[in-house]
Design a protein around this ligand. Sequence first.
Ligand SMILES: C[S@@+](CC[C@H](N)C(=O)[O-])C[C@H]1O[C@@H](n2cnc3c(N)ncnc32)[C@H](O)[C@@H]1O
Length: 190
Amino acid sequence: MTSVRSVGGLLLLAALAWPASWQLHKIRQFRQQSLAPFVPSPHAVVEKMLEAAAIKPGETVYDLGCGDGRILITAVRKYRARGVCVELSPDLVRKTREEIRRLGLEDRIQVIEGNLLDADLRQADVVTLYLLTSSNEILKPKLESSLRRGARVVSHDFIIPGWEAVRVEKVQASGRTHTIYVYTMPPKKH
Ligand SMILES: C[S@@+](CC[C@H](N)C(=O)[O-])C[C@H]1O[C@@H](n2cnc3c(N)ncnc32)[C@H](O)[C@@H]1O
């Protein structure tokens, strides 16, 4: 009888501990996959990034690490583009989906929860980035192998090492100068 009780107790303990250990596992996984913290691009920077990308109506813009979705929401509303938002944080994905639904843009913007390094970029006409130089370096081989000729990559503040920008813009916002780098595919290399 005692051993039945202790086995039952152990099972109960395991059942209580499992959600906590699953949470810890998810937090660890998130930290390992994260290529940049969430810092939204100021709206003036978003406007300049999209203008510099010379988006045509119907083109598809991917924001890799899309945060609150502001770049794609602007691209869709102002340039009549389509958007694909790839975001690691489940919390941001939920909020961004809610905002897109509130604005009635569900048929124009797809939100993918996951690692941007796993995204299929073959349909992208424009890719926007606000990561880190070291993250861009990790992403670079994927951009080179997946993006079609003529696609544009626009990066806020961080260069893609080894690529030569075709255009560089400066924007004053939130009390500092932001730099926007525009690359076209295939990229010119240093
Ligand atoms: C600096 S914020 C930029 C947000 C948005 N692109 C903007 O410019 O306003 C970087 C975003 O990338 C997301 N992120 C970081 N690593 C990621 C990964 N491996 N896959 C998908 N998203 C990622 C972060 O959660 C964060 O929302």
